[in-house]
Design a protein around this ligand. Structure first.
Ligand SMILES: Cc1cc2nc3c(=O)[nH]c(=O)nc-3n(C[C@H](O)[C@H](O)[C@H](O)COP(=O)(O)OP(=O)(O)OC[C@H]3O[C@@H](n4cnc5c(N)ncnc54)[C@H](O)[C@@H]3O)c2cc1C
Ligand code: SF4
Length: 329
């Protein structure tokens, strides 16, 4: 057991200042990832700053955007009326994640910042992990890689980004609002994450002394339909093997707008621009959906343990495009 200092903060700027003063301090929101990693000895922050009392809890609709405080819980967001009405893809992604007990603790900011579930990263007894100990190698490439990524990876790290919500949010063009020492900034979620092949030890562009304060979700047009399909080893309490978030506007049999996110395959929540390119302006048919799914996996980099994900991800996307569009032929 390691001792650490616990600080309960009530002011956002105070947290930023505390983080800036101490490069090894860490934040505690719901604690469902942070405390696991501390118990496992992967993270050993000498100071833990409890941010749960910061005024970052609300969920508010302003015009055609939903503003979600970083400390809103997964259950609160899933139960929100605007989410139920206009963002089924978000509701489904949330409710297919974790368990109801976890979702009542886990926050939206923490969900977006959860670390990879790579078992080698989470076991300090394994010495080879470029993410935990840069330059040591990657145990997963030759090891058990069923829960690893095939896009945005190379032999240095094949870690998967595990958040379901983030997959839905990249498809929706959500924006993350951040507060740091020098003020606030906004980052589109599609630019928030970095891939493991760029830098295994870094997962996003958040600086140490920056807090996520809010996530802004633009609402898709009222005529849009959306949904999330998650393929997993069991029906609850399990991370995705593959998943697809789909937002479509179809008029007279033609796809006018398409936005697609893929989960279970990327070192970051994967925006499938190639699929969107195939879908937009094309007839809403299963042949189009198949073409779109084939476009998504062309750059996959697999090891024997992850090769099954390429056809599975294609089929996952085709199935969800059929479900959301209502077109199966
Ligand atoms: C058994 C289990 C199953 C799970 N299954 C799923 C699943 O199927 N799908 C899924 O998506 N997730 C799943 N999760 C992950 C879960 O959703 C996350 O652990 C949770 O959302 C993290 O939120 P938190 O508030 O507990 O974050 P914490 O654990 O408190 O924090 C996580 C990280 O984010 C940082 N942080 C938190 N909030 C902020 C902020 N506002 N600004 C800056 N930094 C911040 C913390 O410092 C820490 O580094 C599962 C977790 C467990 C334990
Ligand atoms: S996949 Fe990434 S996180 Fe996992 S062992 Fe390899 S370097 Fe570490």
């Amino acid at each position: 057991m390691r001792t650490f200092e616990y600080v309960r903060a009530t002011d956002t700027q105070e947290v930023v200042r505390l983080l800036a003063e101490d490069p090894s301090a860490s934040c505690l929101a719901g604690g469902t990832t942070q405390l696991d990693l501390m118990k496992d000895g992967v993270l050993e922050p000498p100071t833990l700053i409890d941010i749960t009392r910061l005024p970052l809890h609300g969920i508010e609709r302003r015009g055609e955007s939903l503003h979600v405080g970083a400390l809103a819980t997964m259950e609160e967001l899933a139960a929100d009326a605007t989410v139920a009405e206009r963002l089924p893809v978000v509701r489904e992604a949330l409710l297919m994640g974790a368990s109801v007990q976890l979702r009542n603790m886990a926050t939206i900011g923490g969900n977006l910042l959860q670390r990879t579930r790579c078992r080698y990263f989470r076991d300090p007894m394994v010495l080879e992990c470029n993410k935990r100990a840069p330059g040591t190698g990657c145990a997963a490439v030759q090891g058990a890689a069923r829960m690893h990524a095939v896009l945005g990876v190379n032999e240095n790290c094949i870690a998967l980004h595990a958040s379901d919500l983030a997959v839905a949010l990249v498809a929706l063009d959500a924006v993350v609002h951040v507060q740091g020492l020098s003020g606030r900034r906004s980052v589109p979620l599609t630019e928030f994450y970095v891939t493991a092949d760029e830098s295994p030890e870094r997962e996003n562009v958040l600086e140490h002394a920056e807090l996520i304060t809010e996530v802004e979700i633009p609402l898709p047009p009222p005529s849009a339909r959306s949904g999330y399909l998650k393929v997993r080893d069991r029906m609850s309490y399990e991370f995705a093997l593959t998943s697809a978030a789909v937002v479509l506007v179809v008029e007279d049999g033609t796809i006018r707008q398409a936005r697609v996110g893929l989960g279970g395959v990327g070192s970051k929540p994967w925006r499938a621009y190639e699929a969107e390119h195939v879908l937009t302006g094309a007839p809403a048919t299963s042949a189009t959906f198949l073409d779109a799914s084939e476009a998504t996996m062309r750059d996959a980099w697999t090891v024997p343990g992850t090769a099954f994900k390429v056809p599975l991800a294609r089929r996952t996307l085709v199935r969800e495009l059929q479900t959301v569009s209502g077109v199966t032929a």
